[in-house]
Design a protein around this ligand. Structure first.
Ligand code: ASP
Length: 441
């Protein structure tokens, strides 16, 4: 029997009816032995996540203001879940302890972690699984950074003797016993750490969508779900804005080649997206898995005749960025020209003095700034490697009358990055998506 770690996100665990769906999913496969759960998320659009309510309690407590109203909402929400599930569990003592701590010594990370703690206690009771408090086995250092090696050992040792368990997501503790949390959405990371620690066969990540879509559904009507994607392709798509998993959730499992399957708690029969190192046998690799992008970019173009014959010109430019701790998205070098693509919001405060230094130190023949650009990534290891997919993508843009400002395809051949003006961004995504669709037929 394979061992599966199943992580359920906030909307999947928002109320009693959702927790019952989790129970059905878990019971359907005896391999689902280790379950990670988030705090209850939104039940409807205007609802407030429990983590946000806890944050509000902390902020009020810290200012010495009353937090009773929000605290009451949280307590009522968990009581309702317990009652609707017909459980005999009581969290009254835990709530009393939390209230006391909020009043006496409010600590942000401890307070916001309680949503996961309470929900995991409830889910463990519902499933008849052992509750595991990550306070004892997910280890952070004194700066609040995960200690991955120690966590792997401690978590592995804690889970090994157990047949099954529910582990609260999102937090752990440092060496002095203070609760520490990951950044928001961090239960995904907990799930990945659990999967790595027990060397699971599969990490399932249950959410409210049936996997990753090949394009942003706010731009493209009804985009196709992606069946398989590599860890590297996922990383690129996520970087460019397609959000499906916490970015830190990929490395712990990709290192060990554990596949991640994104599934929908509300449509449990949908296969979702599987993130793998290598495609399973018999599966045909599609040339382009998806397209994503980011508006709000600026392009700096610096030209100087004969500069290609010298070394160090680009290094000086990059040094200027480094001394300002100014990150760049891309640096393209041509013959006697260097093009830098930088996020406009980050560049803004540095514009004046950076431009002055470039002019002073480099005496360029031409120096230009183009703003309001968007960057589009066409992602697919196979597409950019062997097929004519790139050509078809560029042709589609030309046919749609969209001019291309920059093109970047490194030797890594993971993606093709295209710069187009912001007002053509959505049109370009749609034109590229249609090409992807054709390539799959
Ligand atoms: N509850 C936390 C959040 O809302 C962590 C998580 O859901 O993964 O960010």
């Amino acid at each position: 029997m394979s061992t599966i770690v199943a992580k359920f996100g906030g909307t999947s665990a928002a109320d009693a009816s959702q927790l019952l769906k989790i129970r059905d999913i878990v019971r359907k496969d005896p391999g689902r032995r280790f379950i990670v759960v988030s705090a209850p998320g939104k039940r409807f659009k205007e609802d407030i996540k429990v983590t946000d309510l806890l944050l509000r309690c902390y902020e009020a407590a810290e200012k010495g203001e009353s937090f009773d109203a929000d605290f009451g909402l949280i307590q009522a929400r968990f009581q309702e879940i317990i009652r609707d599930l017909g459980l005999s569990l009581s969290l009254d003592d835990d709530f009393a302890a939390l209230k006391e701590r909020l009043a006496a010594d409010p600590q942000r990370e401890y307070v916001v972690s309680r949503g996961e703690y309470f929900n995991a206690r409830i889910l463990a009771e519902l499933l008849g699984y052992t509750f595991v408090d990550p306070e004892w086995c997910i280890c952070f250092d004194e700066y609040g950074k995960l200690d991955a090696q120690l966590t792997r050992r401690t978590l592995g040792a804690a889970l090994k003797p157990l047949n099954n368990a529910v582990i609260a997501g999102f937090y752990g503790a440092d060496m002095s016993g203070c609760v520490r949390t990951f950044s928001r959405g961090g239960s995904d990371v907990t799930g990945a750490l659990v999967a790595a620690a027990i060397n699971a066969d599969l990490y399932e990540n249950w959410t409210d969508v049936s996997g990753l879509l090949a394009a942003d559904p706010r731009i493209v009507d009804d985009p196709e779900p992606v069946k398989y994607i590599s860890y590297r392709e996922l990383r690129t798509l996520s970087y460019m804005g397609a959000s499906v998993l916490h970015t830190d959730a990929v490395m712990p499992v990709s290192d060990q080649g554990i596949p991640i399957n994104i599934r929908n708690t509300n449509e449990p029969d949908d296969p979702g997206t599987t993130i793998v190192r290598k495609l399973p046998r018999g599966e045909m690799k599609i040339p382009i898995v998806g397209v994503a992008g980011r508006p709000g970019m600026s392009v700096l173009q610096i030209e100087k005749l004969m500069v290609s014959d010298e070394s160090g010109f680009t290094a000086i430019i990059l040094d200027m960025l480094k001394s300002r701790q100014l990150p760049f998205e891309q640096c393209l070098t041509g013959i006697d020209t260097v093009t830098l693509i930088i996020r406009s919001d980050i560049l803004e405060p540095f514009k004046e003095d950076l431009f002055a230094e470039i002019r002073e130190r480099l005496h360029p023949d031409y120096f230009g700034l183009k703003e309001n650009l968007s960057m589009i990534a066409v992602v697919g290891e196979k597409g950019t490697e062997v097929s004519d997919a790139n050509v078809r993508v560029l042709q589609a843009l030309i046919r749609a009358g969209i001019s291309i400002s920059t093109i970047n395809q490194g030797a890594g051949k993971l993606n093709l990055l295209i710069g187009v003006s912001e007002d053509k961004y959505q049109e370009a995504i749609r034109a590229i998506y249609d090409t992807i669709d054709e390539l799959q037929e």
